[in-house]
Ligand binder design. Structure first.
Ligand code: GRF
Length: 185
Protein backbone atom coordinates (compact mmCIF):
# COMPACT_ATOMS: atom_id res chain seq x y z
CA UNK A 1 0.00 0.00 0.00
CA UNK A 2 1.32 3.43 -0.93
CA UNK A 3 1.04 5.78 2.04
CA UNK A 4 -0.04 9.37 1.36
CA UNK A 5 0.14 12.37 3.65
CA UNK A 6 -1.90 15.49 2.93
CA UNK A 7 -0.66 18.86 4.19
CA UNK A 8 -3.33 21.54 4.38
CA UNK A 9 -3.81 24.83 6.23
CA UNK A 10 -7.51 25.47 5.80
CA UNK A 11 -10.88 24.06 4.90
CA UNK A 12 -9.58 20.98 3.14
CA UNK A 13 -12.29 20.42 0.54
CA UNK A 14 -9.61 19.03 -1.78
CA UNK A 15 -8.26 16.85 1.02
CA UNK A 16 -11.76 15.47 1.49
CA UNK A 17 -12.07 14.57 -2.20
CA UNK A 18 -8.68 12.83 -2.03
CA UNK A 19 -9.65 10.87 1.10
CA UNK A 20 -12.92 9.88 -0.58
CA UNK A 21 -11.11 8.76 -3.72
CA UNK A 22 -8.64 6.51 -1.90
CA UNK A 23 -11.04 5.27 0.76
CA UNK A 24 -11.49 1.85 -0.85
CA UNK A 25 -8.35 1.79 -2.97
CA UNK A 26 -6.14 -1.29 -2.97
CA UNK A 27 -3.22 0.80 -4.24
CA UNK A 28 -2.92 3.71 -1.82
CA UNK A 29 -4.29 5.13 1.39
CA UNK A 30 -4.30 8.53 3.03
CA UNK A 31 -2.36 7.71 6.18
CA UNK A 32 -2.00 11.20 7.63
CA UNK A 33 -3.45 14.69 7.43
CA UNK A 34 -1.07 17.31 8.81
CA UNK A 35 -1.76 20.99 9.39
CA UNK A 36 0.01 24.05 10.72
CA UNK A 37 -3.36 25.32 12.01
CA UNK A 38 -4.75 23.60 15.08
CA UNK A 39 -8.28 24.78 14.19
CA UNK A 40 -8.20 24.00 10.47
CA UNK A 41 -11.43 22.37 9.31
CA UNK A 42 -9.39 19.83 7.35
CA UNK A 43 -8.68 18.09 10.67
CA UNK A 44 -12.42 17.50 11.22
CA UNK A 45 -12.71 16.09 7.72
CA UNK A 46 -9.81 13.70 8.43
CA UNK A 47 -11.50 12.44 11.60
CA UNK A 48 -14.64 11.66 9.63
CA UNK A 49 -12.56 9.32 7.45
CA UNK A 50 -10.69 7.85 10.42
CA UNK A 51 -7.42 9.33 9.15
CA UNK A 52 -4.75 10.26 11.73
CA UNK A 53 -3.96 13.93 12.15
CA UNK A 54 -0.88 15.86 13.17
CA UNK A 55 -0.50 19.57 13.90
CA UNK A 56 2.69 21.55 14.12
CA UNK A 57 3.96 25.12 14.21
CA UNK A 58 6.15 26.75 11.60
CA UNK A 59 9.07 26.56 14.03
CA UNK A 60 8.53 22.86 14.64
CA UNK A 61 8.37 22.24 10.90
CA UNK A 62 11.58 24.18 10.39
CA UNK A 63 13.22 22.17 13.18
CA UNK A 64 12.43 18.96 11.28
CA UNK A 65 9.51 17.67 13.35
CA UNK A 66 7.14 17.32 10.41
CA UNK A 67 9.77 15.40 8.44
CA UNK A 68 10.31 13.07 11.42
CA UNK A 69 6.58 12.45 11.66
CA UNK A 70 6.32 11.68 7.93
CA UNK A 71 9.23 9.26 8.21
CA UNK A 72 7.82 7.65 11.33
CA UNK A 73 4.50 7.13 9.48
CA UNK A 74 6.41 5.67 6.51
CA UNK A 75 4.86 8.18 4.12
CA UNK A 76 5.66 7.64 0.43
CA UNK A 77 3.99 10.66 -1.18
CA UNK A 78 3.21 14.13 0.18
CA UNK A 79 0.19 15.98 -1.22
CA UNK A 80 -0.10 19.73 -0.67
CA UNK A 81 -3.74 20.77 -0.77
CA UNK A 82 -3.98 24.39 0.30
CA UNK A 83 -0.84 24.37 2.43
CA UNK A 84 0.32 27.92 2.97
CA UNK A 85 3.78 27.68 4.54
CA UNK A 86 7.01 27.45 2.61
CA UNK A 87 8.27 23.90 2.92
CA UNK A 88 11.85 23.54 4.19
CA UNK A 89 14.29 22.38 1.49
CA UNK A 90 15.32 19.38 3.55
CA UNK A 91 11.73 18.14 3.57
CA UNK A 92 11.36 18.68 -0.18
CA UNK A 93 14.60 16.80 -0.82
CA UNK A 94 13.33 13.89 1.25
CA UNK A 95 10.47 13.31 -1.23
CA UNK A 96 12.11 13.73 -4.63
CA UNK A 97 9.42 13.65 -7.36
CA UNK A 98 7.02 12.49 -4.67
CA UNK A 99 5.59 15.78 -3.50
CA UNK A 100 2.63 17.27 -5.41
CA UNK A 101 0.96 20.66 -5.17
CA UNK A 102 -2.18 22.13 -6.67
CA UNK A 103 -2.26 25.78 -7.67
CA UNK A 104 -5.53 27.56 -8.49
CA UNK A 105 -4.35 29.17 -11.75
CA UNK A 106 -2.64 28.31 -15.01
CA UNK A 107 1.04 28.48 -14.04
CA UNK A 108 3.39 30.11 -14.90
CA UNK A 109 0.74 32.83 -14.68
CA UNK A 110 -0.27 33.98 -11.20
CA UNK A 111 2.33 31.95 -9.34
CA UNK A 112 4.94 32.86 -6.77
CA UNK A 113 4.90 34.76 -3.54
CA UNK A 114 1.58 36.19 -2.39
CA UNK A 115 -0.34 34.35 -5.10
CA UNK A 116 -2.69 32.15 -3.12
CA UNK A 117 -6.39 31.89 -2.41
CA UNK A 118 -8.53 34.85 -3.41
CA UNK A 119 -5.48 36.95 -4.42
CA UNK A 120 -5.07 34.72 -7.45
CA UNK A 121 -8.69 35.07 -8.56
CA UNK A 122 -8.70 38.86 -7.95
CA UNK A 123 -5.60 39.15 -10.14
CA UNK A 124 -7.19 37.09 -12.93
CA UNK A 125 -10.28 39.31 -12.78
CA UNK A 126 -8.25 42.55 -12.72
CA UNK A 127 -6.24 41.44 -15.76
CA UNK A 128 -9.45 40.76 -17.71
CA UNK A 129 -8.33 37.23 -18.61
CA UNK A 130 -10.85 35.12 -20.49
CA UNK A 131 -9.71 31.86 -18.96
CA UNK A 132 -8.14 30.49 -15.82
CA UNK A 133 -7.71 27.02 -14.40
CA UNK A 134 -5.69 24.70 -12.23
CA UNK A 135 -2.13 23.43 -12.26
CA UNK A 136 -0.95 20.26 -10.57
CA UNK A 137 2.82 20.13 -10.30
CA UNK A 138 5.68 18.40 -8.56
CA UNK A 139 7.35 20.45 -5.86
CA UNK A 140 10.98 21.42 -6.01
CA UNK A 141 12.95 23.99 -4.05
CA UNK A 142 11.62 26.86 -6.23
CA UNK A 143 8.13 28.06 -5.38
CA UNK A 144 5.51 26.93 -7.95
CA UNK A 145 8.21 25.98 -10.45
CA UNK A 146 8.29 22.18 -10.28
CA UNK A 147 7.39 20.03 -13.25
CA UNK A 148 3.79 20.56 -14.36
CA UNK A 149 1.93 17.28 -14.59
CA UNK A 150 -1.59 18.47 -15.35
CA UNK A 151 -3.57 21.60 -16.23
CA UNK A 152 -7.25 22.16 -16.91
CA UNK A 153 -8.92 25.43 -17.79
CA UNK A 154 -12.28 27.12 -17.48
CA UNK A 155 -13.75 30.23 -19.09
CA UNK A 156 -13.89 33.55 -17.27
CA UNK A 157 -16.74 35.83 -18.32
CA UNK A 158 -16.64 39.60 -17.89
CA UNK A 159 -19.49 39.45 -15.36
CA UNK A 160 -17.76 36.82 -13.18
CA UNK A 161 -16.71 38.04 -9.74
CA UNK A 162 -13.55 36.76 -8.08
CA UNK A 163 -15.82 34.51 -6.02
CA UNK A 164 -17.40 33.06 -9.14
CA UNK A 165 -13.94 32.37 -10.52
CA UNK A 166 -12.93 30.71 -7.25
CA UNK A 167 -15.95 28.42 -7.44
CA UNK A 168 -15.21 27.34 -11.00
CA UNK A 169 -11.59 26.66 -10.09
CA UNK A 170 -12.56 24.68 -7.00
CA UNK A 171 -14.88 22.54 -9.12
CA UNK A 172 -11.99 21.72 -11.46
CA UNK A 173 -9.74 20.91 -8.51
CA UNK A 174 -12.28 18.54 -6.98
CA UNK A 175 -12.86 16.83 -10.28
CA UNK A 176 -9.23 16.28 -11.27
CA UNK A 177 -6.85 16.37 -8.28
CA UNK A 178 -7.65 12.88 -6.86
CA UNK A 179 -7.42 11.13 -10.21
CA UNK A 180 -4.22 12.94 -11.21
CA UNK A 181 -2.61 11.89 -7.92
CA UNK A 182 -3.79 8.33 -8.53
CA UNK A 183 -2.24 8.27 -11.98
CA UNK A 184 1.07 9.66 -10.65
CA UNK A 185 1.53 6.98 -8.00
C1 GRF B 1 -7.24 25.41 -3.39
O1 GRF B 1 -7.82 26.36 -4.21
C2 GRF B 1 -5.83 25.12 -3.82
O2 GRF B 1 -5.60 25.31 -5.17
C3 GRF B 1 -5.04 26.12 -3.05
O3 GRF B 1 -5.69 26.23 -1.82
C4 GRF B 1 -7.07 25.94 -1.97
C5 GRF B 1 -7.45 24.95 -0.92
O4 GRF B 1 -8.82 24.78 -0.85
N1 GRF B 1 -3.64 25.78 -3.03
P1 GRF B 1 -9.46 23.69 0.09
O5 GRF B 1 -8.92 23.91 1.49
O6 GRF B 1 -9.05 22.34 -0.43
O7 GRF B 1 -10.93 23.89 0.01
Amino acid sequence: MIRLAILASGSGSNAEKIMEHFQHSSKAQVALVASNKADAFVLERAKKFGVSTFTFTRKEMEAGELLSKLQEEKIDWVILAGFLLKIPDQLIRSFPERMVNIHPALLPNYGGKGMYGSFVHEAVKAAGDTETGITIHLVNEHYDEGKIVFQASTAVHPEDTADDIAQKVHALEHRYFPEVIDSLL
